[in-house]
Design a protein around this ligand. Structure first.
Ligand SMILES: *[C@@H]1O[C@H](CO)[C@@H](O)[C@H](O)[C@H]1NC(C)=O
Ligand SMILES: *[C@@H]1O[C@H](CO)[C@@H](O)[C@H](O)[C@H]1NC(C)=O
Ligand SMILES: *[C@@H]1O[C@H](CO)[C@@H](O)[C@H](O)[C@H]1NC(C)=O
Ligand SMILES: *[C@@H]1O[C@H](CO)[C@@H](O)[C@H](O)[C@H]1NC(C)=O
Length: 603
């Protein structure tokens, strides 16, 4: 049983007697609960408590790796302002490259109560995982993140050859709460045929069934776009973005025989932008409204984008990954929010621009966030494929259509109540050719974006509703002499709805009881057409519905409870995988997995 359950039991009582709120949650609950509940609470607190992400099928089913290497072990106690934890890697003999698959396993625990933190892992300065810790509501919280990192093979091959460096950043403070985060980072290397639960490669996916299909086979070279002083600087390898005008750059020189390139951007948001997706449009009335801190009110639109030599080359509206302390922390215990353990990265196929970078000279790659407030942490990896049969290639950009997104902003507020809306819409198209030993191939990238974020507040600030619609359709077409060889279409949607009603428990600055309902989804549809064969389609739906209450004081939850229903479903021509998990008051009440989508009800 989860410690928040007793709060659920207590909830009706508290509504009737609002004035008994001042005791810390655990003490109040323990002293007023019947014997049996108290016992269960004790059990929950003494037993380790696992957080989990009920999404992907296990990275490997029943297959043992050729070797597993514990690459980093660290206790993050007080690490604010410190450089990342780093170690030199040594690879065991008898486990040589190439590997058919590589999995990163992050096994972590928190010794005690602590705030949730954002963390990242780097191989020689190239990021391979951006993650958030759960919010440890009890001592001995633990969790595990598994990520298929086969797409980073080039980094691992070099790591093994040069005894390179693994780094991890997790800024933690034990000043306010005692929890120390302990982490083990292990690489699992596989050789031989890979018998996965479902064959993710059937569609040309490099890894798990996500938008990663842009990669196909792992790149030959991965160039980090990150802070060069990362090993010794307190910000690690991250670029910190404080506003929309700040576009940090890294100079990179790529081989003259590169024929394909994809830029992968990692991002996370903090402080004023910690929950940017619920930010209303700035209005003087809102600045002092309890729910929205001053300065955090410039609307819920952001775009993460990249530039090459100062020119915009593509961007994405980020998926609103909800951090474990956001909205209602009890929704995210023990299941995490969508993407919280493995935060989505954003791919931009920059092959159309590659012809401009084949001169053997350094070029500046920049990263920015439109409408950003303090602050965002960004890095990127430039995945590069080279033509081993050529020494240098030729290419050029032949089409560049990148009008500003059409953004409309509207706000109307009367006292605390009112509404605001940001609409964004756009279409961009880039094409370029590269002449290699594969022939003279033209790559065309087309992206359509449609976005809406609406915030409404009624009843003197006690009811609020956020609705977000985010649709992106990206098409990548490769053609030779006007004949289309390959056409890949990715449709990504991330709808979000949050409704909150609150009761002020007493006067100004006192706690507020918030009742929240929310719905969030990540949907990706991939359509691939290669060599005039029949198109293949795959669909991924990751959905969560949650409902519950929390007592909020000064922006953090003092106690609460939540019920969450999670559905993860992946389907393609050959396979279907579904997992459904329901939690009530912090306890898993239903968990069913179907490798064929047969035994569980359809969504
Ligand atoms: C890693 O190796 C370098 C050079 O061989 C050495 O200077 C450094 O101290 C090592 N770092 C660690 C954490 O062992
Ligand atoms: C890390 O590994 C060590 C040694 O195997 C183990 O004792 C410890 O519990 C592990 N820690 C975590 C957080 O998994
Ligand atoms: C890497 O480390 C191993 C084991 O310590 C050593 O035998 C090897 O020479 C090192 N390789 C390089 C390139 O430093
Ligand atoms: C490659 O094709 C493009 C467009 O089809 C053409 O403009 C370019 O001259 C060709 N390049 C070479 C080296 O043939």
């Amino acid at each position: 049983m989860h410690p928040s359950l007793f709060l659920l039991l207590l909830f009706p009582l508290l509504v009737l007697s609002c004035t008994t709120f001042y005791l810390p949650a655990a003490a109040a609950a323990a002293s007023s609960l019947p014997e049996s509940s108290h016992l269960q609470t004790m059990l929950a607190i003494s037993a380790p408590f696992e957080h989990l992400d009920p999404t992907l099928p296990p990275a490997f089913t029943g297959q043992s790796p050729k070797c597993s290497v514990l690459a980093l072990r660290h206790h993050f106690a007080h690490t604010v302002g410190s450089p990342p934890a780093s170690t030199n890697y040594t690879h065991p003999k008898g486990c040589p490259a190439p590997w058919t698959r590589i999995v990163l396993e992050l096994s972590a625990s928190a010794s005690d109560l602590q705030k949730d933190r954002v963390a990242a892992v780097w191989i020689d300065g190239a990021e391979i995982l951006r993650t958030s810790t759960p919010l440890p509501l009890a001592p001995d919280t633990y969790w595990r993140v598994e990520k298929d990192i086969t797409q980073y093979t080039a980094l691992l091959t070099r790591l093994v050859q040069t005894n390179g460096t693994i780094s991890m950043m997790l800024e933690n403070s034990i000043a306010a709460l005692p929890g120390i985060y302990s982490v083990n980072l292990t690489f699992h290397f596989y050789r031989g045929a890979v018998a996965a639960a479902h064959d993710a490669r059937s569609l040309g996916y490099a890894a798990h069934p996500t938008i990663k299909s842009l990669y196909r086979d792992p790149a030959d070279l991965i160039v980090p776009i990150s802070h060069e002083k990362g090993y010794c600087s307190s910000g690690g390898f991250w670029f910190r973005i404080d506003n929309a005008l700040h576009v940090p750059t890294a100079a990179v020189t790529i081989p003259r025989n590169a024929y394909r390139a994809v830029l992968e951007i990692f991002s996370s948001y903090h402080e004023a932008d910690k929950s940017w997706y619920t930010n209303p449009l700035r209005s003087s009335y809102l600045q002092d409204h309890a729910g929205f801190s001053a300065g955090a009110a410039n609307g819920g639109f952001r775009q993460v984008y990249a530039t090459i030599d100062g020119r915009f080359v593509g961007g994405h509206i980020p998926f609103a990954t909800i951090y474990p302390s956001s909205i209602n922390p009890y929704f995210w215990s023990p299941v995490t929010a969508i993407g919280a353990f493995d935060m989505p990265s954003y791919d931009i196929n920059v092959t159309p621009f590659l012809g401009l970078m084949l001169d053997g000279l350094p070029h500046k790659i920049g990263l920015g966030v439109r409408d950003s407030q303090p602050y965002w942490l960004l890095t990127a990896n430039l995945h590069v494929w080279v033509d081993a049969w050529s020494d240098s290639l030729e290419g050029d950009l032949v089409e560049y259509i990148a009008p500003e997104l059409k953004i409309s902003r509207q706000a109307g507020w009367m006292s605390e109540d009112g509404q605001s809306e940001v609409l964004a819409e756009g279409l961009m198209q880039f094409a370029g050719w590269i002449s290699s030993s594969n022939g003279n191939l033209t790559t065309r990238v087309i992206q359509k974006v449609k976005f809406k974020n609406q915030v409404q507040v009624h009843n003197r600030g006690t009811f609020s509703q956020v609705e977000m619609v985010n649709k992106e359709q990206t098409t990548v077409e490769v053609s030779k002499e006007r004949q289309v060889l390959e056409r890949l279409q990715l449709l990504r949607e991330g709808p979000l709805q949050v409704q909150t009603s609150s009761i002020n428990m007493n006067t100004m600055g006192g706690p507020r009881l918030e009742r929240t309902r929310m719905y969030h989804q990540l949907q990706e549809t991939v359509n691939l057409n290669r060599n005039q064969q029949a198109a293949t389609t795959s669909t991924l739906i990751d959905r969560q519905d949650a409902e519950g209450s929390a007592l909020m004081r000064g922006g953090s939850a003092e106690w609460g409870s939540g019920d969450t229903r999670s559905i993860y479903k992946y389907r393609d021509e050959r396979t279907c995988y579904q997992r459904t998990m329901n939690t009530k008051g912090g306890v898993i009440v239903a968990d069913s997995t179907s490798p064929s989508c047969s035994s569980v009800a359809d969504i």
